[in-house]
Design a protein around this ligand. Structure first.
Ligand SMILES: Nc1ccn([C@H]2C[C@H](O)[C@@H](COP(=O)(O)OP(=O)(O)OP(=O)(O)O)O2)c(=O)n1
Ligand SMILES: Nc1nc2c(ncn2[C@@H]2O[C@H](COP(=O)(O)OP(=O)(O)O)[C@@H](O)[C@H]2O)c(=O)[nH]1
Length: 228
């Protein structure tokens, strides 16, 4: 018999560790990690209609509008009816949360609450391998060779909007748009908030929460199937 499917969302401001923790969850529990940022970048690279549109916003440092995000993400989730997944970076707004609600029932929402100073330090030190989305931090998880991706050896880059000047505005925006989303999930009784300054100290709590919700690794046999 197939294990019950499990659907979760991870929320948090830029730099809060969504990507890092999502990778740990995917590894430990066999959920598929869906990253809205990676998905946007794939669509931009493939020049899809929605990708071309999304690019015009991202290039200007703006959030992609709700209707573009939902048009991109919801069909993808509908293809995932037989998978357990963890979504990172979507929903960002109440409109996105409502659209997601009409597509599927979430089991759990993780919200990361990390102090501003910590976010600032982490992001100014964040290096990314653009092709894969692999993320490094010069202190926390440095690449084996400085400035190079561990697997491909290709150069790492930094995002301009990870620098402190852009961060204050990004955080303010996150707080404004995330509040009603967090309230919605709180009212549904599925929100779990984690606070702290170190991923390694938060992780054991998330790990034990998920262990109570996902008794055995679901879909261990399908987790390596490439994304549809
Ligand atoms: N629901 C979403 C998710 C993402 N984006 C946009 C804003 C980002 O600039 C871009 C890339 O998404 P990422 O999640 O990869 O962006 P960051 O890495 O900059 O965000 P974070 O720092 O939160 O990981 O897509 C958006 O408009 N709406
Ligand atoms: N110093 C430090 N860096 C961390 C920690 N957790 C994550 N990072 C790094 O902080 C940056 C932001 O993390 P990321 O997972 O990309 O966050 P996201 O923006 O929420 O997806 C990355 O460079 C991570 O490698 C931590 O506990 N300490």
């Amino acid at each position: 018999m197939m294990a019950k499917l499990f659907r979760a969302v991870i929320m948090g401001p830029p730099g809060s560790g969504k990507g890092t923790i999502s990778e740990r969850i995917a590894q430990s529990f066999g959920l598929k990690h869906l990253s809205s940022g990676d998905f946007l970048r794939e669509n931009i690279a493939a020049n899809t209609e929605a990708g071309v549109l999304a690019k015009t916003y991202i290039e200007r440092g703006l959030m992609v509008p709700d209707h573009v995000m939902t048009r991109l993400l919801l069909p993808r989730l509908e293809e995932m009816t037989r998978h357990s997944w963890l979504m990172d970076g979507f929903p960002c707004t109440l409109a996105q949360a409502k659209a997601l609600n009409s597509t599927c029932d979430l089991d759990l929402v993780i919200s990361l609450n990390i102090p501003y100073e910590t976010l600032k330090d982490r992001l100014s030190d964040r290096w990314i391998h653009p092709a894969s989305g692999r993320v490094y931090n010069m202190g926390f998880n440095p690449p084996h060779v400085q400035g190079r991706d561990d697997l491909s050896g290709e150069p790492l880059i930094q995002h301009d909007n990870d620098q402190p000047e852009a961060l204050v505005a990004r955080l303010r925006h996150y707080k404004d748009v995330a509040k009603p989303v967090i309230d919605l999930y709180k009212s549904k009784g599925i929100l779990h908030m984690f606070s702290g300054t170190e991923t390694d100290r938060i992780w054991p709590y998330i790990n034990s929460l998920l262990s109570t919700k996902i008794p055995s690794r679901p879909e261990t046999d399908t987790q390596h199937i490439p994304l549809p």
